[in-house]
Design a protein around this ligand. Structure first.
Ligand code: PLP
Length: 455
């Protein structure tokens, strides 16, 4: 029995998989809030390169990965597929647990899979600088890394709560030459206004997105980049699932159930979409696919499915998604990367139509799972990733109780080496659980821009 399955560099995928080619019905398009019409490609040109705008709307099944991007991927890809032998033994489960380990990339997560591609396309089209937001700091690090490799400048608006909790993430971004602002900042009009109303805010991803979009829109030579949610981001992340599928083929296995944590949906969808394709096609009708989110930010489990803004200020197009309302400021839980009011439209559609399930967890039980994982498998994982590990442990225990030999697969999205303050709080028994109250969901949803009656 192999402990880890390693593919050769020649098996890094040459094409990304686009699930839009296989959806039972087309995705609801992004809408211009002013005209209420679907967004036209030209309208996105001030903030994104044309190639990414094309990928966003493409229904081609396979999209070629440029050689320059594959060359950078070779730094850490293919990533290993591990069999969690020691976790299985500890749980005495008959289940076989496998995980893809994305913590081996230089920034420490799956995020450079898209950051490198986005920096590349921007470089090709003459962009000089990219502005972005970051929650936990993982996306900012990944984009700083990608921009550095392709000679672009990078400006990062970092959510205040994380900026204060994770100074070393900032230092990492600065080492890769990015300029980092604590968001809300005084660098943008939206940031200044927000600070005036609420000087002690812990910030949110929605606020930071507004700042980064404003920054990019006001500079001809700058573009904006998003690290999750959008179709092209999920597309780039399919390298994870495609490699996993190849590795499973080599050992003659196929997952019965797939878990992943969801902030905006990119690592989970990147890992599961190549498998979900088999389910959509009818080849694997019994495959279960489960999105794991925090109880404190329960987008898929408590949000409503409707058009909402992607940011807090209402500057982005409207996206059809499960949302807690764009004005929602989630409690400052330690899984900063999961604090987003919405989720990827592609994921939301598949959840709405019943192809994918969703489950929510409290941070204390999540950290307990992370501790058990570190005690058995060794790796000290990101608090975000610990959400699916909690789900996996529950599933493995259920398999034991029911005497089932399931194959469980999850995407282990990153390491937690910059999250030790959170681990410390857990070890000292200081973690607090937040359950987002239903009244507040209703309140935040009262300001939604378009009521198309679909809910
Ligand atoms: C950002 C991040 C996430 C959440 O983002 P998705 O787009 O949902 O993947 C999860 N895990 C890690 C380690 C992250 O850095």
């Amino acid at each position: 029995m192999e402990e880890k399955i390693l593919l050769g560099e020649e098996e890094i995928p040459r094409q990304w998989y686009n699930i839009q080619a296989d959806l039972p019905s087309p995705l609801d398009p992004p809408i211009n809030p002013a005209t209420k019409e679907p967004i036209k490609p030209e309208e996105l040109a001030p903030i994104f390169p044309m190639e990414l705008i094309k990928q966003e709307a493409s229904t081609e099944r396979w999209i070629p990965i440029p050689d320059e991007v594959r060359d950078v991927y070779r730094l850490w890809r293919p990533t290993p597929l591990y069999r969690a032998i020691r976790l299985e033994a500890k749980l005495k489960t008959p289940a076989r647990i496998y995980y893809k380990w994305e913590g081996v990339s230089p920034p420490g997560s799956h995020k450079p899979n898209t950051a490198v591609a986005q920096a590349y396309y921007n470089m090709k089209e003459g962009t000089e600088r990219i502005a972005t937001e970051t929650g936990a700091g993982q996306w900012g690090s990944a984009l700083a890394f990608g921009c550095m490799l392709f000679g672009l400048k990078c400006t990062v608006y970092m959510v205040a709560a994380s900026y204060d909790q994770k100074p070393y993430r900032r230092v990492m971004m600065e080492t890769w030459n990015a300029k980092v602002y604590r968001s809300p900042s005084t660098n943008t009009e939206f940031g200044r206004k927000y600070l005036q109303n609420d000087p002690n805010t812990s910030g949110s991803l929605g606020i930071a997105i507004s700042e980064a979009v404003e920054d990019a829109a006001n500079d001809d030579r700058a573009h904006y980049a998003l690290g999750s949610v959008l179709n092209h981001v999920l597309l780039h992340q399919t390298v994870v699932g495609l490699e996993a599928k190849r590795a499973f083929e080599q050992i003659g296995e196929y997952p019965d159930v797939i878990f992943g944590c969801v902030g905006g949906g990119s690592n989970f969808c990147g890992a599961c979409f190549p498998f979900v394709a088999d389910k959509l096609r009818g080849d694997k009708p019994d495959l279960r696919v489960v999105a794991c989110e925090p109880m404190a930010c329960p987008t898929l489990t408590k949000g409503l499915y409707m058009y909402d803004f992607g940011d807090c200020a209402g500057m982005t197009p409207l996206l059809k998604m499960f949302t807690l309302g764009h004005a929602f400021v989630p409690p400052p839980i330690h899984a900063g990367g999961l604090r987003y009011h919405g989720d990827a439209p592609l994921l939301c559609k598949l959840v709405k139509e019943g192809w994918i399930e969703a489950a929510a967890y409290h941070q204390t039980e999540v950290f307990k799972a992370a501790k058990l994982f570190a005690e058995t498998e060794g790796f000290l994982i990101a608090p975000e990733s610990a959400h699916e590990v909690k789900a996996v442990i529950d599933e493995a225990i259920r398999c034991k109780e029911e005497g089932k030999e399931e194959v469980i697969f999850f995407n282990n999205s990153g390491h937690g080496h910059f999250d030790l303050q959170a681990y410390d709080a857990f070890l000292q028994g200081k973690l607090v659980d937040y359950e987002y109250p239903a009244e507040l969901v209703k309140q935040a949803l009262e300001n939604l821009p378009v009521d198309d009656g679909t809910e």
